[in-house]
Ligand binder design. Structure first.
Ligand code: SF4
Length: 363
């Protein structure tokens, strides 16, 4: 979505056309996932100065959409975010060396401050060390001789000559806080590309003063903007202790397509064409299938546009009139007119028949 809108704007500018542009992420789903997808898609573009009207579409009661839209606008004040070294029109992961399982072609890792959280590494504060199951990385400043180098985004450009001299088998932890603008952070990545600095970069964002709701929008917009351009090798969100920031990091990675760790859902917003209780059905589909990592499942309101709008999903659950559902495998209609009381089980059976089912772990 982000790349498509950027292309549209470029073409309009070339043709000297100045139409206002409407932004929306269709079928974003519900809950945190729907909010994060909307914040990444709409927020990234608004921050770049693209977009004149927006609509947030959630598979929830429509009155829930406006507060989300307002939060996105609040955190998406435009900045100058285009750099020659970063292609705005297609996804390219920044070239780096590999440091253990960080960087190069690996999906971004997640760091937590708490060893109890489900993350790839946690920060052992007393030893200033990142700890994973298989390795440890001691972190220090530029002058220290440790594998991990911590540098703040606001001083990065002043230290860039020293950073250039770092061996490429070091890991950079780039630290930014609430007062750092996104341009400053993105410029650090741009400079790395220009100067051929190949160290993987973990982005450490300090959002300690935000409540959980604001944290979700601020982190989604800041990180999403960088992730859609393939710039980040690891995500470390610092927040108040009672926010599960690594869970949020995984959700942002999933929503931006950077790392898939759970089932991907597409679901229609409330829409006049829907003749069944889609909110209820979506909640049940999610409950039954959320553990099927790597699958994309669509829950659509109508057969008029649903099959087209969910064209890249693995399985589709599509409203087909009052209380009736059609089931799809990819683009093929495989079960027609299933009563909605039986449709969840029929979807599970279909996933099993195609060998994509996994039982939930028992512990
Ligand atoms: S037209 Fe159909 S597919 Fe599109 S949002 Fe409405 S119910 Fe969903």
């Amino acid at each position: 979505m982000v790349h498509a809108y950027r292309m549209l704007v470029e073409r309009l500018l070339k043709e000297d056309l100045n139409f206002p542009i409407h932004l929306g992420v269709t079928e974003a789903g519900n809950g945190d996932e729907g909010r994060i997808k909307s914040a990444i898609g709409i927020g990234t573009l608004l921050k770049e100065g693209i977009g004149d009207t927006i609509r947030v579409s959630l598979t929830e009661d429509p009155e829930h959409e406006i507060p989300v839209a307002k939060k996105i606008v609040e955190y998406a004040n435009p900045e100058s975010l285009f750099f020659e070294s970063i292609d705005p029109f297609e996804y390219n992961k920044r070239k780096t060396k590999q440091f253990f399982n960080i960087g190069r072609d690996n999906s971004p890792v997640v760091i937590s401050e708490n060893s109890n959280e489900n993350s790839d590494l946690y920060f052992d504060r007393s030893n200033q060390t990142l700890v994973s199951k298989n390795y440890q990385i001691k972190i220090g400043g530029l002058k220290d001789d440790f594998d991990g180098v911590l540098v703040s985004a606001c001083t990065f450009m002043n230290d860039v000559e020293e950073i250039k001299d770092l061996a490429n088998d070091r890991l950079i932890v780039l630290e930014a806080g609430l007062n750092d603008d996104l341009r400053t952070i993105k410029e650090c990545f741009s400079e790395c590309i220009k100067q051929e600095i190949l160290c993987p970069i973990i982005l450490k964002l300090n959002y300690k003063d935000l409540n959980a709701d604001d944290l979700l929008f601020k982190a989604s917009i800041d990180l999403g903007s960088l992730l859609v351009d393939g710039l980040v090798d690891g995500v470390w969100i610092q927040s108040e202790d009672d926010h599960n920031s690594s869970e949020l990091a995984f959700k942002i990675l999933q929503a931006s397509g950077s790392r898939i760790t759970e089932t991907e859902f597409i679901a229609c917003p409330s829409c006049g064409r829907t003749l069944y209780n889609i909110q209820d059905a979506f909640a049940k589909v999610k409950e039954a299938t959320a553990h099927l990592k790597g699958l994309k499942i669509a829950v659509m309101g109508c057969v008029v546009n649903g099959p087209g709008e969910m064209a890249d999903a693995d399985y589709g659950y599509v409203g087909a009139g009052k209380c009736k559902v059609n089931l799809y495998k990819n683009r093929d209609l495989v079960r027609k007119g299933v009563h909605e009381d039986e449709a969840i089980q029929a979807l599970i059976d279909l996933i099993k028949e195609n060998g994509d089912w996994q039982d939930l772990p028992t512990n």
